[in-house]
Design a protein around this ligand. Structure first.
Ligand code: UN1
Length: 500
């Protein structure tokens, strides 16, 4: 499972300073990734610049054909990609296949966009004049992707960029370089011309930062932590780059007293402990109306204890490990804070887990639920990014909404109720980029915009048409075929009584 750079169509092996790729379920090294830096980034940007003009000049429906072939290649190699995902970052096979499926969906969807890439056509205020907009590529796009969706997020970012005629330098996460390498191989197999997408590996400081600061990279898209997003925003600002950052969440599920509690428990367990809680959309707060608090808590505790932990490639397993020892230590720190500093009640979990001898070296943590959390507690405010969720008791929907909105983040929120009026009220009032009615907080689909408000991002969205918007420059075109000089705002026919 060795990762390679892909620069200008050439595959480049790791050198002596390679970074290890580690299976988090066993702690064993499974491969190596090259440790790229400014030199590799420069070479990749150069290759992307060379490839830009011919790719931008290729008709969009032709560009889209590559994406359509990519969808097929990814589908053929789905298991191989999923295997890499599980063995590099630990998510279970079912979810790893879902990760690849998201990339397949995005490839098929963006291939369709190649025959649309719609602009606006709109009337002019003057006769014999036509107004419309065109989409043009932005240029070389620098994409920096995280380890938690090693195939899906590179696809979310690169495929709209490519169909819009941009070329790409992708800096993959140093934890999941092999999955990114396989993704790039699929693009090669699909017939993407050399240099149109370039893949570099390395750390954020050594390879990500030079990409963000590079003078020939006018657009940057990052998915990562709030702190990284702030640094990237600072470093991209002097050149006024087009910047998309997709950062943290502190997502909540509201459970109202009329809810079907068995269903609610299912949705919560999936949203809180899927991917071991390592999703920016994970449900880390559960806001429960007082009358059903105890009954729901009992179901959740029983359900969490039943979840089977282990190596994600084994089919019976439902929850994998945390990605690295530091991630588990962070979770442990928050468990201590929850109990000691905050005074919440630990209902279940809170300890390292040891599912089997085979996984003795892995970084497992028990699915953990806090009860009696209060809105201002650190465990109810800060992103933990692990298998930890906190129950908060609320009086009514109004209080639930106030608590829901009372964090620095705003990615996804959910409400579970059978009452349509209360569901609709919640939908309106939740300060979040994504709202789920009668579901948990995860499960975004590729043809809808993805992103959040407040500290979750900087106002852009990815996926859907919003993704197309980010990766295209709009050119506004006025065609005057009147034969004379018509001056907008001045020669516009007006009401004869208007004295001007
Ligand atoms: C993320 O955690 O960065 O809706 C993205 C979801 C996934 C994407 C999560 N499709 O949870």
């Amino acid at each position: 499972m060795d990762a390679r750079h892909w620069i200008g169509g050439e595959w480049i092996d790791a050198g002596a300073d390679a970074l290890p790729l580690i299976d988090p379920a066993t702690g064993r090294t499974v491969g190596r990734a090259p440790r790229g830096g400014a030199a590799e980034v420069d070479a990749a940007v150069e290759a992307a610049r060379r490839a830009l003009e011919p790719w931008a000049a290729t008709p969009a429906p032709r560009r889209a054909e590559v994406l359509l072939r990519l969808a097929r290649v990814l589908a053929e190699r789905k298991d191989e990609l999923a295997h890499a995902v599980t063995h590099e970052m630990g998510k279970v096979r079912l979810e790893a296949r879902g990760d690849v499926q998201e990339a397949i969906d995005m490839a098929a969807y963006m291939a369709g966009e190649g025959r649309r890439l719609y602009g606006h056509t709109t009337p002019s205020e003057l006769p014999d004049k036509l107004c419309f907009t065109l989409r043009e590529p932005v240029g070389v796009c620098g994409l920096i992707t995280p380890w938690n969706f090693p195939v899906a997020i590179p696809a979310w970012k690169s495929l709209p960029a490519l169909v819009c005629g941009n070329t790409v330098v992708l800096k993959a996460s140093e934890e999941t370089g092999y999955s990114a390498t396989l993704y790039a191989r699929c693009l090669e197999e699909a017939g993407l011309p050399p240099g149109v997408l370039n893949l570099v590996h390395g750390t954020g400081e050594e390879a990500g930062d030079p990409l963000v600061r590079h003078p020939h990279v006018p657009a940057i898209s990052l998915t990562g932590s709030l702190a990284t997003g702030q640094t990237v925003a600072r470093h991209a600002a002097p050149q006024l780059k087009r910047l998309h950052v997709e950062l943290g969440g502190k997502n909540a599920i509201l459970v109202l007293a009329d809810a079907d509690l068995d269903f609610a428990a299912q949705a919560i367990l999936w949203s809180a402990f899927g991917t071991s809680g390592q999703r920016c959309t994970a449900a880390s707060r559960i806001l429960v109306e007082a009358p059903v608090y105890e009954a729901l808590a009992a179901r959740l505790v029983a359900g969490a204890r039943r979840l089977r932990l282990g190596h994600g490639w084994s089919d019976a397993v439902e929850v994998g490990p945390l990605v690295r020892p530091a991630a588990r230590e962070k979770v442990e720190r928050y468990v201590r804070i929850g109990v000691e500093e905050d005074g919440a009640r630990l209902l279940t979990g809170g300890r390292r887990a040891h599912p089997s001898p085979e996984t003795a070296g892995g970084w497992f943590f028990e699915p953990t639920i806090f009860g009696e959390a209060r809105p201002d507690m650190r465990i109810a405010q800060e992103e933990i990014f692990g298998p930890v969720t906190a129950l908060l008791r609320v009086r009514d929907l109004d209080e639930a909404l106030a608590v829901h909105n009372g964090t620095p983040f705003g990615l996804s929120g959910a409400v579970i109720t059978r009452d349509l009026a209360r569901a609709m009220k919640a939908m309106r009032a939740m300060k979040a980029g994504i709202v789920y009615l009668h579901n948990g907080t995860i499960g975004a689909e590729v043809h809808l915009p993805f992103g959040g408000v407040k500290g979750t991002g900087n106002g852009h969205r990815e996926a859907g048409i919003a993704g197309i918007d980010f990766y295209s420059e709009l050119k506004t075109v006025y065609v005057d075929y009147s034969g004379g000089l018509q001056r907008a705002q001045i020669d516009t026919p007006r009401d004869p009584d208007d004295p001007r």
